[in-house]
Design a protein around this ligand. Structure first.
Ligand SMILES: CC/C=C\C=C\CC(=O)SCCNC(=O)CCNC(=O)[C@H](O)C(C)(C)COP(=O)(O)OP(=O)(O)OC[C@H]1O[C@@H](n2cnc3c(N)ncnc32)[C@H](O)[C@@H]1OP(=O)(O)O
Length: 267
């Protein structure tokens, strides 16, 4: 089954995450499918706007936690440096998938309903415009996996909000926050009634599609210069190539999947 479905409707290209049984969690295949979709979109000269949604009741429950332990399965003879290089390569690959989304030539609009957790927040920060429904629930949830967000949230949302109490509180606690707080944070620009979300984002897409493609291209290329972003993301990947080898990660994943409290060793 395709993890990401792409359909062109006139000048609008609709990307839909298609893993509703696992609440659209992010498998390694999904990252590859994002990169492939971006290639198709960037080659199509008749696409004016991209709309990204998630099938089912939830936009995205973050990293696929059933697949995640496979990331850490290495040949028994492999030393720590070699394992770290494998993890660095994987993180860079996933960062590139997110960055490729932010560098789609035309504006990208996301509609978020239900849960948008962890990697889901990294994902939406790569879009130009984000609307959500009243029932949306967000979390910068990586801390509950004993890790720092490493594929975009800290760089695309955190650096601009680095000294705000709200962003730091959300990053340190992983607390679920609602649509109103997401609006306050600038994570979304509009909250709409659940049943109107799709209608509203496609209406916005139709409006933008009537504007000059050159004008839109120029605005996007200036706004998406993302100064020093690549360096920031690289520092993050280089940090987590070591930090992901903590014992805290397996403790956290088990606690998350079994819905029990994690007990961590002292620093
Ligand atoms: C390495 C660096 C790159 C990226 C790192 C990203 C980090 C993150 O993304 S951190 C966030 C990780 N995600 C989570 O911690 C969420 C885990 N899920 C939940 O807590 C709950 O499912 C819920 C979202 C609160 C919803 O709860 P509920 O309504 O009770 O539904 P469930 O029965 O729990 O779930 C239904 C179904 O979906 C499967 N599922 C949910 N989330 C995930 C997931 N993240 N990965 C894989 N599968 C998931 C869940 O297991 C259920 O499937 P079953 O087949 O019925 O087991």
């Amino acid at each position: 089954m395709q993890t990401l479905v792409g359909t062109q409707k006139g000048q609008i290209y609709h990307l839909e995450i298609n893993r509703p049984k696992s609440l659209n969690s992010m498998s390694s295949q999904l990252f590859q499918d994002f990169k492939a979709a971006v290639d198709i979109i960037n080659k199509a000269d008749d696409v004016r706007v991209v709309v990204l949604t998630g099938r089912g009741n939830h936009f995205c429950a973050g990293l696929d936690l059933k697949e995640a332990p496979l990331m850490f399965q290495f040949h028994e003879d492999m030393d720590q440096a070699r394992k770290s290089i494998r993890i660095y390569d994987l993180l860079k690959d996933w960062q590139i998938a997110m960055t490729s989304l932010s560098r789609i030539k035309v504006p990208v609009i996301v509609g978020v309903q239900g849960y948008c957790l962890g990697g889901g927040v990294d994902l939406i920060t790569s879009a130009d415009i984000r609307y959500c429904s009243e029932d949306a629930k967000f979390s910068i949830k990586e801390i509950d996996l004993a890790m720092a967000p490493d594929i975009g949230t800290l760089q695309r949302l955190g650096l601009q909000n680095a000294n705000t109490s709200l962003f730091r509180e959300l990053a340190y606690t992983g607390r679920i926050f609602n649509a109103q707080e997401a609006l306050k944070l600038g994570l979304v620009s509009k909250i709409v009634k659940n049943e109107l979300l799709n209608e509203e984002i496609f209406k916005l897409a139709q409006l933008i599609a009537t504007k000059s493609p050159i004008g839109c291209y120029t605005i996007k290329s200036i706004l998406t210069r993302e100064q020093n972003l690549d360096q920031h993301l690289d520092v993050m990947a280089r940090t987590n190539m070591a930090m992901l080898f903590t014992n805290d990660v397996p403790i956290a994943i088990t606690s998350s999947m079994t819905k029990t409290k994690a007990e961590y060793p002292k620093l």
